[in-house]
Ligand binder design. Structure first.
Ligand SMILES: [Zn+2]
Ligand SMILES: [Zn+2]
Length: 626
């Protein structure tokens, strides 16, 4: 039983209380003090995660009401780390601190994590807090917040922390368990300048760390952090809703909030913070436990304090909280918050959420989220269903002959064409009377039914092929465009049937790259042959000329990375400059011989190569000073 064990102060490190006890009881060495407090001589009392706390609490005198959990939450750095660990690991760490068994990686916050963040080598203190503590309690103590890696200033006094001579992590150094009173000499505080670059960032880190220590949070599923980051980054426009983040502008903005000198100061040996690798890993690998400092930096960048961030809903609310307004224009409860049902799904093409809101009156609308503000609730992107009440109103007003159709459409909140379609659907108009199709057919007096029939058959044959050559593909598209324009009704019905029978793009790839590749490669080889055989003045067979000459330049150039054979063909056909010069020289010689008979003096002067020795022109050129 420990007699006269002092009470811990607010935010005091456990080691500090023990040191004050040691001083009060005049222990001659740290080792004997540790043996008495923790029942072991092997481990000291580290400031981050002290162990053997069960033993320690049993030794406390009667009237000391501290429980083990209270010690862990109020006097160790556990609350700073635990929220960012997977819950199983956090629980394991807490258990280890209680029993002292094992020595997991997580317990080495100060000693082992120097790779990813800089860890203070010596215990630190704030001169302002020292003065305050002395005034309030008559003595001062080691504060927990001042020892947190990444905290450089005291958030209360806004002064830089001072470094003492007491080592922070040498577990067996004799000087370690020293109370602050013995080592602190009166120092004048160094205020944090208003012009200090990244002042806000430095202060925010300290404030967030202080909040975390004062409000222990239970650890959560790490995926939840990732979800929140993803949501906030997309909401602020840094990434898309499918997690695509353009790194360069994001990192430039990050460095504006947290200037590089600060990141370098906080960085560990690996340099992953100042290079951006750490923050990148935080976003890319949500299951990986990362240092709390990285999380706090990102949270501040996103414009939140730790308190606000922890208060965010677990699952992002894209459309606010219900009930939502009913947007049916004809019901008495129009724009009143009558919709209680909202289903959210994620759009495949860009990962954005779509909310489908269905009201009791049958009116159902959907909106692509997330909402840009509270007024977004009064808008929709699509009406899924008009509902019985709306249809009843339409039927009743349709009979009113004095009401113009345009006015009725406006009253019902739809376009004229939609009104027409709905009227047909409800049987108010005969099926053939759609204004759209009537017009379309009128526009095409030239289309013959025979023509139509032929194109339909051709398109069907081509569309059902699994693989199409390039020519077939082009024809198929032309036919499709024709049918789309002149025979839309049949095409739509037929496409639907295709879809029902399972004919989809997935198993019938639109582009058969292997065949295309072979074709293109053949075209390139052919082009190379033609260019070489050309009787005209020879042209250099360059990559560009090959592609142009093959006739497929436009798509070969655009998709060369998908055409390996073509690439190979181009590589082997392209001529080096030297080879071309040689070929041209040979051609000139041949040409010279052929025209020698007809050559006049002036021609000879213009083409000196035409002499018996093909090289003479070259030598002459050199002689003239080239
Ligand atoms: Zn202070
Ligand atoms: Zn309604």
């Amino acid at each position: 039983m420990l007699q006269c064990f002092p009470q811990s102060y607010f935010d005091e490190v456990l080691m500090s209380t023990c040191a004050r006890y040691g001083e009060r009881m005049h222990f001659h060495s740290t080792a004997s003090l540790v043996r008495e407090l923790f029942g072991t001589a092997h481990e000291s009392c580290p400031i981050d995660f002290p162990a053997h706390l069960n033993y320690f609490v049993r030794q406390l005198p009667i009237g000391h009401h501290m429980t083990v959990d209270q010690i862990i939450d109020r006097h160790t750095l556990y609350p700073f780390t635990a929220p960012f660990l997977p819950s199983a690991r956090a629980a394991h760490l807490r258990e280890e601190m209680k029993t002292g068994a094992g020595r997991s990686q997580d317990r080495r916050l100060l000693t082992g994590r120097r790779i990813s963040v800089a860890v203070p080598e010596y215990l630190r203190y704030c001169p302002g807090c020292i003065t305050d503590d002395r005034m309030r309690q008559g003595e001062c103590y080691w504060h927990r917040l001042h020892q947190v890696p990444g905290v450089e200033v005291c958030p209360i006094h806004e002064v830089w922390l001072e470094t003492s001579t007491v080592s922070a992590w040498d577990p067996r150094g004799d000087q370690r368990m020293l109370p602050v009173e013995q080592v602190v000499t009166a120092t004048t505080p160094r205020p944090l300048s208003m012009q200090e670059p990244g002042r806000e960032s430095i202060l925010a880190l300290a404030r967030n760390a202080a909040w975390l220590l004062a409000n222990p949070q239970s650890s959560v599923n790490l995926q939840m952090w990732a979800d929140r980051y993803r949501y906030l980054l997309a909401e602020r426009g840094w990434s898309t809703y499918r997690k695509r983040l353009t790194w360069a502008p994001f990192w430039a903005a990050f460095l504006r909030i947290h200037p590089l000198p600060i990141l370098r100061r906080l960085d560990g040996h690996a340099g992953s913070l100042s290079t951006g690798r750490g923050i990148r890993a935080l976003l890319r690998f949500p299951r990986r436990a990362m240092p709390p400092l990285y999380h706090l930096l990102l949270i501040h960048f996103l414009g939140f304090t730790a308190e606000e961030f922890f208060a965010l809903p677990q699952h992002p609310t894209w459309f606010g909280t219900g009930p939502w307004p009913c947007l049916n224009p004809v019901v008495p409860h129009r724009n009143e918050r009558a919709v209680v049902q909202c289903e959210v799904r994620i759009r495949r093409q860009d990962g954005r959420p779509i909310g489908t809101f269905s009201c009791g009156c049958g009116f159902t609308y959907s909106r692509v989220g997330p909402d840009w503000g509270p007024l977004a609730q009064f808008s929709y992107h699509r009406i899924e269903q008009y509902g019985l009440y709306w249809e009843w109103v339409l039927r009743r007003r349709w009979r009113d002959r004095r009401l113009m159709r345009e006015v009725l459409a406006e009253q019902l909140g739809v376009s004229r064409v939609t009104l027409w379609e709905e009227a047909i659907r409800l049987g108010l108009l005969p099926k053939t009377s759609s204004p759209r199709e009537g017009k379309r057919w009128k526009r095409v007096p030239g289309v013959q039914p025979k023509d139509c029939e032929q194109k339909r058959v051709q398109w069907q044959q081509l569309a059902q092929r699994r693989r199409r050559t390039l020519v077939q593909e082009r024809r198929c598209r032309r036919l499709y465009a024709w049918l789309y324009r002149w025979d839309g009704v049949w095409l739509r019905a037929h496409q639907r049937r295709n879809r029902e029978t399972g004919w989809t793009r997935d198993w019938a790839p639109r582009l058969d790259w292997a065949t295309r590749d072979r074709q293109a490669a053949r075209a390139i080889i052919r082009a190379a042959g033609q260019l070489t055989m050309n009787q005209e003045p020879p042209q250099w067979i360059s990559r560009h000329r090959l592609m142009t000459h093959s006739g497929y330049a436009r798509w070969i150039a655009a998709s060369l990375d998908r055409l390996p054979q073509t690439r190979q063909a181009i590589q082997s056909a392209v001529e080096t400059r030297k080879a071309f010069q040689l070929r041209r020289a040979i051609w000139r010689e041949g040409e010279g011989r052929r025209t020698a008979v007809l050559a006049t003096e002036s021609q000879v002067r213009r083409h000196p190569v035409t002499s018996a020795c093909g090289q003479s022109g070259l030598f002459e050129a050199e002689g003239e000073g080239w």
